[in-house]
Write a protein that binds this ligand. Structure first.
Ligand code: HEM
Length: 222
């Protein structure tokens, strides 16, 4: 699964294959499944958006600091930044005083500390960037449809986090993103480290979801 890169296999394909098991754990988690099945109550969805807020604050703070970095810089685009849409969604979900009503859970604090450590490790940062943003423009698009249907969100937000229309065609954006992964100037040990960091990013995300599941089991409808 984590075999060395060959000329025949682009790094983007190797990264996906080597981390897909970790992806399935995040995707098949009880909390995620409840969300996908439309069984998660609105307060559970709001709590997830709140935890996203802290993760993206860290991702985007470190991203801005790495914007001029030759390795990480090409991945950093303002159209991907999620904080403005999260602020909009949180205002709808929690009200205008949303900022005083949310706080990071312990797994989110661990996750954001790890993201902030990547300020000195551009390839590690790309691993975290990939895990979140490529996921949001992939599976996130299913979640958006389900959230709109389940919670009745409209023009005033609620699921604007998943709205990437500013990027134009998402398949085209994903192709470009994968070519940037393929042209990363990394030697084999650095590629392996990046794959490991991506698995860790998935695991940290799964722990955030597991904790949300424990806190919101009362919020799962039958
Ligand atoms: C909610 C349930 C989820 C569903 C239904 C889902 C579904 C999918 C699907 C169908 C793809 C393939 C898209 C493609 O190849 O173009 C994908 C890709 C991806 N997902 Fe998810 N996903 C979910 C959760 C997550 C989570 C929680 C994360 C990370 C925290 C994540 C991260 C990713 C990433 C990074 C990719 C891109 C893989 C690649 O092409 O290299 N997904 N997802």
């Amino acid at each position: 699964m984590d075999a060395p890169n060959t000329e025949a296999e682009p790094f983007s394909a190797r990264l996906k294959a080597a981390t897909w098991e970790a992806h399935q754990e995040a995707e098949q988690h009880g909390f995620t499944q409840a969300l996908l099945d439309g069984r998660l109550h609105r307060d559970g969805y709001a709590a997830m958006a709140a935890q996203h807020y802290f993760a993206y604050a860290a991702l985007e703070e470190v991203g801005r600091s790495l914007a001029g970095d030759p390795l990480a810089g090409p991945f950093i685009t303002a159209e991907l930044f999620r904080l403005p849409s999260l602020e909009r969604d949180l205002a709808l979900l929690y009200g205008p005083d949303w900022a005083g009503r949310i706080s990071p859970t312990p797994p989110t604090a661990t996750y954001t500390a790890r993201i902030r450590q990547m300020a000195d490790d551009p390839a590690g940062y790309v691993a975290h960037h990939y895990t979140r943003y490529l996921g949001d423009i992939s599976g996130g698009q299913f979640i958006r449809k389900i959230a709109v249907r389940t919670y009745g969100f409209g023009e005033d937000g609620g699921a604007s986090f998943y709205d990437f229309s500013a990027l134009g065609s998402l398949p085209r954006f994903k192709d470009g993103y994968r070519s940037r992964l393929d042209s990363l100037d990394l030697d084999e040990p650095a590629r392996r480290r990046m794959i490991r960091e991506t698995r860790l990013a998935y695991q940290l995300n799964t722990e955030v979801l597991a904790d949300l599941g424990r806190r919101h089991t009362g919020g799962l409808a039958a």
